[in-house]
Design a protein around this ligand. Structure first.
Ligand SMILES: Cc1cc2nc3c(=O)[nH]c(=O)nc-3n(C[C@H](O)[C@H](O)[C@H](O)COP(=O)(O)OP(=O)(O)OC[C@H]3O[C@@H](n4cnc5c(N)ncnc54)[C@H](O)[C@@H]3O)c2cc1C
Length: 437
């Protein structure tokens, strides 16, 4: 068993029997709640974080890990108690909630709570039944590294003049949302980078094909995002196929609309599903399983339970249901910290303020040198949007180590090349800082 040397806490020990506030999930929502804990909850035994992971992954940058622009270690942050030990940490899996008895059920036993802050995030929407084995999802660092390995293998095989099947260097990405668009742009830019670094000609033509069932990319955002994404992806050589729902697949390719596309690498990136932990909660659930929450982000009928981040859906009076994004999650954590503090002080319910979402706008990366954004309603694109994208994420990364490593990865890319795509070596072992660039 490991023991945190700074705080003396052992996150692997059996969880305590209870705490005044129990938080599930150390991600964007849970982490921002914990950073804003009111003083009354910073006392020993008051607050307990439950997370099943040893480390937290900064998910929004995993497509850059796939193409070797960011080292996998740079997006990992260990989940350990802070030096000032303002809360305890238990590394167990939450498995359910016993609502009548205020008990969180976990893989290591029950934990009693007075307030429960549920922020376990989401999982990738799976491919339709029968197709799962032919696609990989794109939701975790493991997914990002799996795709990186496949790209690396295929590229080396094509240069070594190994016989590749038709579509051996084709990547089919299903889903034209922000994840699919960002990934398609990065993979196309990777192929361009690799081509420029070798005089050898691959036996197969590299292709990136983005398959979208509707007639628009990133359809939940202003049409400007679609227009700019189409322009930039086309410039990068991505083949965009709109109105092309994927209906079938096998180990050699996918069927989209009436067309059969040979593709050795197939990624399913059609969105999210709520974490299984929240799917069983009472109340209204939208299509993806996120549970509706009140104006105070609590579960209707259960004011002691807050549900945050990707797990819940909050109906904004002007914007409608808020999307499952980090920008929503990081505003919810501090709000809930303030709301719990008011309730601890005995502020009457009618004086509690509802959650207010401040729409700062959205930014989507379109490869290493471009992007599209609408900060505070102002539309920008190209390098300015890419610069904004980088600064937003450096702001979101709360560990100084993470900021430093990611900035260094971006800065070193031009001189040292891409992690895991060294042309003179065989694909190297993954996941270690010393891995060859
Ligand atoms: C590829 C990709 C790109 C993205 N890009 C962007 C972007 O550019 N901008 C943006 O705003 N958003 C982006 N998002 C969305 C963003 O990552 C999520 O909205 C955000 O992570 C949600 O935060 P959260 O706190 O709800 O969950 P998470 O950050 O996922 O944290 C959940 C935590 O809960 C823990 N956990 C889960 N289940 C259990 C359990 N049963 N027991 C104990 N612990 C558990 C996990 O270990 C994890 O630490 C992207 C997502 C993906 C997949």
């Amino acid at each position: 068993m490991t023991k945190d040397l700074e705080s003396g806490q052992d996150p692997n020990a059996a969880p305590p029997a209870g705490a005044r506030v129990v938080v599930v999930g150390a991600g964007f929502a849970g982490g921002s709640f914990l950073r804003n804990l009111p003083p009354a909850l910073r006392q020993p035994g008051e607050t307990l974080l439950v997370d099943r992971g040893e480390e937290y992954t900064f998910i929004p940058l995993i497509h850059e890990v796939t193409v070797g622009r960011i080292h996998p270690d740079s997006v990992r942050t260990p989940i350990t108690p802070h030096t000032n030990a303002s809360y305890n940490v238990s590394r167990v899996e939450a498995t359910g909630v016993d609502l009548p008895n205020n008990i969180l059920l976990t893989s290591s036993g029950p934990i009693k709570y007075r307030h429960l802050v549920l922020a376990p995030g989401s999982v990738a929407a799976p491919p339709p039944e029968g197709l799962s084995e032919y696609f990989q999802t794109f939701w975790s660092l493991a997914d990002a590294l799996e795709l990186r390995r496949a790209l690396n293998r295929a590229w080396h095989a094509a240069l070594s003049r190994e016989a590749l099947p038709l579509g051996g260097l084709t990547v089919a990405i299903v889903g034209g949302g922000a994840t699919g668009v960002e990934l398609a742009a990065e993979v196309a830019a990777l192929f361009d980078y690799l081509r420029k670094r070798t005089a050898r000609v691959p036996t197969e033509e590299p292709r990136v094909v983005l398959l979208e069932a509707t007639d628009r990319l990133i359809s939940w955002l202003d049409p400007y995002f679609h227009e700019m994404a189409v322009e930039e992806l086309t410039r990068l050589g991505v083949e965009i196929k709109l109105n092309s729902p994927v209906t079938d697949a096998d180990a050699e390719g996918v069927k989209a609309g009436d067309e059969w596309l040979p593709a050795a690498m197939r990624v399913w990136a059609t969105g999210i599903q709520a974490n299984p932990l929240v799917r069983d909660l009472p109340g209204e659930h939208e299509e993806a399983g996120r549970v509706s929450v009140s104006e105070h982000l609590t579960l209707p009928g259960h004011p002691e339970i807050y549900v945050l981040g990707d797990s819940s859906v909050y109906e904004h009076t002007q914007l409608g249901p808020l999307p499952p994004t980090a920008s929503v999650a990081v505003q919810q954590g501090p709000y809930v910290a303030r709301d719990v503090e008011r309730r601890l002080r005995g502020v009457p319910d009618k004086r509690r303020r509802p959650f207010e979402f401040f729409n700062r706008g959205y930014v989507v990366s379109l490869g290493p040198e471009s992007g599209v954004a609408d900060p505070l309603g102002v539309k920008i694109k190209g390098r300015a949007a890419q610069a904004l994208y980088r600064s937003v994420f450096l702001y979101y990364i709360k560990s100084s180590r993470g900021r430093l490593l990611i900035s260094a990865d971006w800065a070193m890319e031009r001189t040292l090349g891409r992690v895991g795509f060294d042309l003179d070596r065989q694909p190297s072992a993954v996941g270690h800082r010393q891995e060859a660039r």
